[in-house]
Design a binder for this molecule. Structure first.
Ligand code: SAH
Length: 460
């Protein structure tokens, strides 16, 4: 986790004494902001800009700075054009325990002021910790143009209603109600100034709020790179109350789930089903019946070797509403990031996905005559531990020894590894690489294209 050079806070300055050292243009700009927050600004400078002296809430002391001026102050801003004076102010403020900002000098500042997008009462503050103010400003410009000017009105509308709803509804019910409100026609009504219509939308939601119904989101999280999530997956991840996830879901993806959501690990590791499938199904039903929005987050796509079908069958039996969000399955993700097209007019007109998971007796039950054929690509999920058996079986059923294949390990993730070889050599190469991560086997002549096309920088 990266270190934060500054901690973001918003400070209530209403009627609080703030010392502003400096009387020029820069000080004037700072004074305007402080006055907007209701601060009582005391300006210390031998000469003071007339406009600054005239600001409401500003008191002028027409002399040079002295440490005694800091007494009783909440904050101090050093805004003179003399660097030495500014630093002397900073040092004195530090000694006095008063938080100080030196304009354009983050190194000598205890606090810095962000770039602001003002949709009062909504304020967005951006900081680059002083390292790239132009970038921060650019971001502000972008946000300025995309955020409606009436966002402030929406925040006000919600703020007023919040005070009314708070005594009536519990915190979870209120949060959900507001999310529904934001997803519905309410905001648009506020934006066009029709507060009566917005109020009616809200009233209807309040009437419904007393009988909450839970829901399950069965969401495919893709193979690991967070950039491969769908918008819908991300939206549901950010509005769930609880998340059930397995080992295949990358930590970078889990980080995007709403911070307050309860996290339940139902990890699945081969031979070690931490929570049996039946219990997962029952847990989904239990949580949703209690009115929660349950996110069932799965690696890849929920309907491809994901047992998503079983989970929703149980939900349907109990009449629990659910939605399924497809994800990029390991075959697509790994193939793309390894530079291996799964089909190609010259090499493979068919692509088959199979599981290499062995039966309890250790044997593989796969339709070998269908798989061991030229002109097609076979993608094997869960085939790492049975890899030697798989390669041998392809050969035994008629494919040549030197038929190309590849193993993609932890595909699309920063740790991705691609090991290429032939049916005769791959298993030994993989054994010597001591692979343990999630691995996908791709068998077929399309693997040649990885070398030939070089359209993705190989990870290995
Ligand atoms: N529903 C998932 C598959 C679950 S089965 C999907 O659609 O992708 C688990 C198997 O998927 C693993 O054993 C491995 O073969 C494969 N897999 C999942 N993520 C992978 C990744 N990032 N890299 C390589 N293989 C992966």
């Amino acid at each position: 986790m990266s270190f934060w050079p500054y901690f973001p806070v918003f400070v209530r300055l209403q009627d609080q004494p703030v010392l502003l050292v400096g009387g020029g243009e820069v000080a004037l700009r700072k004074a305007r902001l402080l006055v907007r927050a209701g601060a009582r600004v005391r300006v210390v400078a031998p000469e003071v800009h007339a406009e600054l002296a005239a600001l409401q809430g500003v008191e002028v002391i027409g002399q040079g700075f002295e440490p005694a001026h800091l007494e009783g102050m909440r904050l101090c801003v050093a805004a003179t054009d003399d660097m030495a004076v500014n630093r002397a102010v900073a040092a004195a403020a530090e000694t006095a325990g008063v938080w100080v900002n030196v304009v354009d000098d983050p190194r000598h500042s205890r606090f810095i002021t962000p770039a602001i997008i003002d949709r009062s009462p909504l304020l967005i503050a951006i900081s680059s910790a002083g390292s790239a103010p132009v970038l921060a400003r650019r971001l502000r410009e972008q946000l300025e143009t995309t955020l409606p000017a009436t966002l402030g009105a929406l925040a006000r509308f919600m703020g007023e209603a919040r005070a009314r709803l708070k005594p009536k509804l519990g915190v979870d019910v209120r949060r959900r109600l507001w999310e529904r409100f934001l997803d519905g026609r309410g905001p648009e009504a506020v934006h066009r100034g029709d507060l009566t219509a917005a109020g009616a939308v809200l009233d209807a939601l309040v009437a419904e709020a007393d009988s909450p119904t839970g829901e399950v989101y069965l969401v495919g999280a893709g193979p690991g790179d967070p950039d491969l999530l769908t918008f819908r997956a991300l939206r549901l991840m950010q509005q769930c109350d609880v998340v059930l996830y397995d080992r295949l879901v990358a930590p970078a993806i889990l980080d995007l789930v709403r911070r307050d959501a309860e996290r339940i690990f139902v990890g699945k590791k081969k031979h070690q089903h931490t929570v049996p499938q039946d219990e997962i199904n029952a847990e989904l039903v239990r949580l949703a019946s209690a009115g929660k929005r349950v996110l069932r987050l799965k690696g890849g796509d929920p309907f491809i070797f994901g047992r998503g079908g079983e989970e929703i069958e149980r939900l349907a039996d109990h009449g629990i509403p659910f939605q399924v969000v497809p994800g990029i399955t390991a075959a697509s993700g790994c193939a793309a990031y390894a530079g291996i097209p799964l089909t190609h007019r010259d090499y493979a007109q068919t692509c088959i996905f199979v599981t290499g998971h062995a039966r309890a007796d250790g044997a593989l039950s796969l339709p070998w005559p269908t798989l061991a054929r030229p002109g097609q690509t076979v993608v094997v999920y869960m085939g790492l531990s049975t890899l030697p058996m798989l390669c041998a079986a392809f050969i035994a059923h008629g494919l040549p020894d030197d038929w190309p294949c590849a193993l993609v390990v932890e595909g699309t993730q920063p740790t991705q590894q691609v090991i290429t070889g032939t049916l005769a050599t791959l298993a030994a190469k993989v054994a010597s690489a001591e692979v343990t991560g999630a691995s996908l086997l791709i068998v077929g002549e399309v693997v040649y294209l990885r070398e030939r096309l070089k359209w993705v920088k190989p990870a290995v």
